[in-house]
Design a protein around this ligand. Structure first.
Ligand code: PLP
Length: 223
């Protein structure tokens, strides 16, 4: 492993972020050694896509790492992550909300989540449609999902060279969050996060008001 190169790329990404924007280092398919090298530089927030991979790595790494789950999560995998996961970014169904809530209760903790919204012009990406989010959130305060803390929204833009389209998609997500926050729902007092932007569309995401970026390639190199 090229520790020098890793440190340089990490610094470059980190120094390019406005203050207050959280860098989630996406470590899927990276070794425990690579993660530890970044940890030794002081970094604590790491993002993983695959439950099995995360389950294997987590016990081998320091306990104060904040593990973000950023991939598509199947309900039958929730139980493995519920005891320790810091934030689940890609919550994209009611079934998943139900399962996360149940497993959070069993683990005796609250789990922080972001709702994934389908903002891209691509069928392969997951998420709720724009229209589904408000009705869903207006239910969440009574009998539903008492063990979950709704922290905001997550989106993935279309993989395209068309910058204007990417910007429009991110701006749309930011607008939806503003619309939700304008309701001042008491149980959404912590609905502050907008997880958007990866190596290829970081600048557009930051311009649209991202509070969390998920960056893999620009830090660790090509997968
Ligand atoms: C892999 C992945 C990333 C990071 O992508 P890079 O292009 O390597 O920065 C970010 N978000 C999600 C959801 C991912 O799956």
């Amino acid at each position: 492993m090229d520790k020098e190169g890793l440190a340089q790329r990490f610094r470059k990404v980190k120094d390019g972020l406005p203050s207050g924007v959280l860098l989630v280092a996406v470590s899927k398919k990276r070794t425990v050694e690579e993660i530890k090298a970044l940890y030794d530089l002081g970094h604590r927030d790491f993002g993983e896509n695959y439950p099995q991979e995360l389950r294997e790595k987590q016990p081998l790494l320091p306990e104060d790492i904040r593990w973000h789950f950023i991939g598509h999560l199947q309900t039958n995998k929730v139980k493995y992550l519920a005891p320790f996961v810091h934030l689940v970014h890609g919550v994209d169904s009611r079934a998943l909300l139900d399962e996360l809530d149940k497993r959070a209760a069993q683990a005796g903790r609250m789990i922080d989540i972001l709702l994934q919204v389908h903002i891209a012009q691509e069928e392969t990406k997951h998420g709720f449609s724009n229209d589904e989010v408000l009705p869903l959130l207006s239910e969440s305060h009574t009998e539903h999902w008492m063990n979950l803390c709704f922290r905001g929204l997550m989106g993935m833009a279309t993989n395209t060279e068309d910058n204007a389209q990417v910007e429009a998609e991110f701006n749309g997500l930011a607008a939806l969050q503003r619309q939700i926050n304008a309701l001042h729902l008491p149980y959404l007092a912590q609905f502050t996060e907008l997880s958007m932007g990866m190596s290829g569309d970081l600048d557009q995401a930051l311009a649209a008001g991202s509070t969390m970026v998920r960056v893999g390639t620009s830090i660790f190199g090509a997968r």
